[in-house]
Design a protein around this ligand. Structure first.
Ligand code: SF4
Length: 721
């Protein structure tokens, strides 16, 4: 189905998929289709696109769009829908207090949407209960940054990948998940064959094709490996003692703890041969320009924050941070995970990098907003939030731009919780998702190509998403929907925005006020942009002072802890995290009655190259669906033999929380005892492929990020022999 162009000519915008944040040129054609090309001027991609970005034009049809508000499944007017949301939230707050309501938002929202959702919840409702699906993506990196640097600041820039002599990729399948960054590294390696690449990942992913060394370590052994590296760097005499003395604290304690990781012990814990470990350590020691890239394999773990800090420790010890070609680099999964971090889109953050637990920061935000309230404590993080919904403590919930009935761990428990919740509103672009099906009120949101605002990518670069299509039916921008609900709750004056430029200016002014005298998240250089200035805003890295954007941090110290020093963190070692069952009905053990028939393995999950999250958009492209046409499980041949499985037959995976049916793909890309399955498939045609229905909601105790890659599941033939 064709779409209606709103503007003539080519529009510069930003890809709505991964955190690479590639610039896109979109040109609506008279026949209603849209030509897509990479923006040669955008510093994230310089004209490159991956398969998903290149197929954006194929995902823009109007099929299955939500185009009118719905109440109880029936079409309603905007007034009826907005009045109902505002009334149910106001009544719930009046009867049960501000912590009886919650927002669950998304890294798909634009920064302006995120900003006012957070302002409404924390400043006007007075609760911290706004969390985001980015909790599932990079919150362990945020927590690690705050522990080490004193603020959530990414030190480097994509260019560093091209200047490095060694790129270490930890738990990161860049080839499929951040393909343009992979292309940039591949191009750098083609130009400079001496560039070395090490992949640290239990699975031999497509990224291994580029790696000189692949360490297929045991799951969750990363913190041990990098602790061992810290001790090795000290023994090798490559610790930058001057940097450590001038700009850090806590090195001696970290080194002391690291020395416990002798080579034999490390080999046992990681499952790696001693010479493999030493090859990596020697490379890291002798190559000055090292960038360590990490993502979900590090973050989505019960010890994700410790893994992050173990990596940061090695860069701090060598002073390899914030200089050209050097530094730790957390890459974000979603297009605006970073933007959400800037405006307090996580339950434990305020806005503008102000700290919720700091009374002076709370006063500053409340004074700036002139708000009647301010959240006094952090709100519920994603897993706890849905557990509170299931337990009846959250009585009104608004979900924006995300599909937790597919993507949250214990996904069936999340569905149960939503069924029990007295009031659920969902904003979405699609007419049918597993989450929307459970909503009392459905609010049609504008999609990519219709929305207007900004996003921030993994290297802190703010870019514009610009509209080039008419909004279908009655779809509205998220910021407008939130502001209308706020107005109907009695907060109209503070939410009377003309448009996204107006919201962005307020965000920039709060960031400037909140960071006065600091070099952290200052946006004073973007204060006062008029609509034309906002419209033409070129991609820029924050902070943006009057002197312009800033590329790198910390080469000369300047950390954000009191005293300006970074802190080494001693990883806690093997942790048993809090277990957070969302659904009380899910308690149990793996197939107790059938245990003797079954093989128990560890489930790893992740993305495939050509699909995005729950496939609501990429599933519309036949070309993208042609890459991998159906859900599958990668199973090591030894495990397949033990379970009596044959190639390509259907296998049943079970946990106490759910069951899925997948096709068996026998491969030694996974280690024995571990399987991998993609996270995307769901909906009526793949309802038995929802991987997160199997996953237990165990979380990292520091960040609250769920361990999506480490659940025990049983595996058996289907139907059982
Ligand atoms: Fe989009 Fe990421 Fe691909 Fe770039 S690498 S085109 S941001 S999906």
């Amino acid at each position: 189905m064709s779409v209606e162009p709103v503007l003539g000519g080519t529009v510069k915008t930003t890809c709505p998929y991964c955190g690479t944040g590639c610039g896109v040129l979109a040109t609506p054609r008279p026949d209603g289709t849209v030509a897509i090309a990479g923006d040669p001027d955008h510093p994230a991609n310089f004209g490159r696109l991956c398969s998903k970005g290149a197929a954006l034009g194929e995902t823009l049809g109007l099929a299955d769009r939500l185009v009118h508000p719905r109440i109880g499944g029936a079409r309603a007017s905007w007034d009826e829908a907005l009045d109902l949301v505002a009334r149910r939230f106001s009544e719930t707050i009046a009867a049960h207090g501000p912590d009886s309501v919650a927002f669950y938002v998304s890294g798909q929202l634009l920064t302006e949407d995120y900003y006012i959702a957070n302002k409404l919840m924390k400043g006007f409702i007075g609760s911290g209960n706004i969390d985001t699906n980015s909790r599932l993506c990079m919150s362990s990196s945020v927590a690690g940054h705050v522990r080490a640097f004193g603020a959530d600041t990414v030190p480097g820039t994509y260019e560093d990948l091209e200047h490095a002599d060694l790129v270490v990729l930890v738990g990161s399948n860049l080839a499929w998940c951040h393909p343009v960054l992979y292309q940039r590294i591949a191009a750098a390696k083609a130009a400079r064959p001496d560039l070395r690449i090490v992949l640290i990942d239990p699975r031999r992913t497509a990224t291994a094709d580029l790696a000189d060394l692949h360490l297929a370590l045991a799951p969750d052994a990363d913190a041990a490996l990098f602790s061992g590296l810290l001790a090795f760097l000290d023994e090798a005499g490559v610790v930058n003692t001057d940097y450590v003395a001038r700009h850090t604290e806590g090195f001696a304690a970290a080194l002391d703890a690291a020395r416990a990781w002798t080579l034999p012990r490390l080999a046992r814990r990681t499952g790696l041969a001693a010479d493999q470990i030493l090859s990596f350590f020697r490379l890291f020691a002798v190559r000055e320009k090292v960038v360590t890239v990490y993502s979900q394999g590090v973050n989505q773990s019960v010890c994700g924050t410790d893994k992050v800090n173990a990596i940061l420790n090695c860069h701090l010890a060598t002073g390899r941070i914030g200089r050209e070609g050097m530094g730790p680099f957390s890459v974000t999964g979603q297009p605006n995970a970073m933007g959400g971090r800037e405006v307090g889109g996580l339950a434990n953050m305020l806005a503008a990098h102000l700290r919720l637990e700091d009374a002076a920061h709370r006063d500053l935000a409340q004074g700036f907003w002139q708000s009647p309230a301010i959240a006094a404590k952090p709100g519920l993080k994603a897993v706890d939030l849905f557990r509170a919904v299931g337990a009846g403590r959250i009585k009104a919930l608004w979900i924006m731009g995300t599909n937790p009935v597919v993507s949250m761990p214990e996904a069936d428990g999340v569905a149960d919780a939503l069924r029990r919740c007295p009031f659920v509103a969902v904003s979405d672009i699609m007419a049918r998702t597993d989450t929307l099906d459970l909503a009392h009120v459905a609010l049609p949101a504008a999609g990519w190509g219709e929305k207007d605002g900004t996003v921030t990518n993994s290297e802190r670069r703010i870019s514009r998403q610009r509209p080039f299509l008419a909004r279908p039916g009655e779809a509205r921008p998220d910021w407008w929907i939130i502001a209308e609900v706020a107005r109907r709750m009695g907060f109209g004056e503070a939410f009377a925005y003309e448009g996204p430029a107006d919201i962005f200016d307020e965000h920039a002014r709060l960031s400037a006020a909140g960071n006065a005298g600091s070099r952290d998240f200052d946006l004073s250089g973007l204060v006062g942009l008029d609509p034309a200035g906002y419209e033409s805003l070129a991609p820029v890295q924050w902070p943006v002072t009057q002197a312009g954007g800033r590329t790198r941090f910390f080469a000369e110290g300047g950390f954000f802890h009191p005293g300006g020093k970074a802190r080494f963190v001693v990883p806690e070692g093997e942790q048993t995290s809090a277990t957070g069952l969302i659904s009380p009905s899910a308690r149990g053990e793996i197939d107790r009655s059938e245990r003797h028939l079954l093989l128990t393995v560890r489930l790893n999950s992740g993305r495939v190259r050509d699909h995005w999250h729950t496939m609501t958009r990429t599933g519309l492209s036949a070309r993208l669906s042609g890459h991998i046409a159906e859900p599958y499980a990668e199973i090591h041949p030894e495990d397949a033999a033990r379970a009596g499985l044959r190639e390509a037959e259907i296998v049943r995976l079970r946990s106490p929380h759910g069951e899925v049916l997948l096709r068996c793909l026998m491969t030694d890309r996974v280690r024995p005892g571990e399987i991998f399955a993609p996270m995307h498939w769901n909906g009526p045609f793949a309802s038995k492929a929802r991987i997160d229905a199997l996953v237990e909601a165990r979380v990292d105790p520091v960040s609250g990020q769920p361990a999506l890659k480490g659940s025990r599941v049983s595996i058996a033939r289907y139907p059982a022999a």
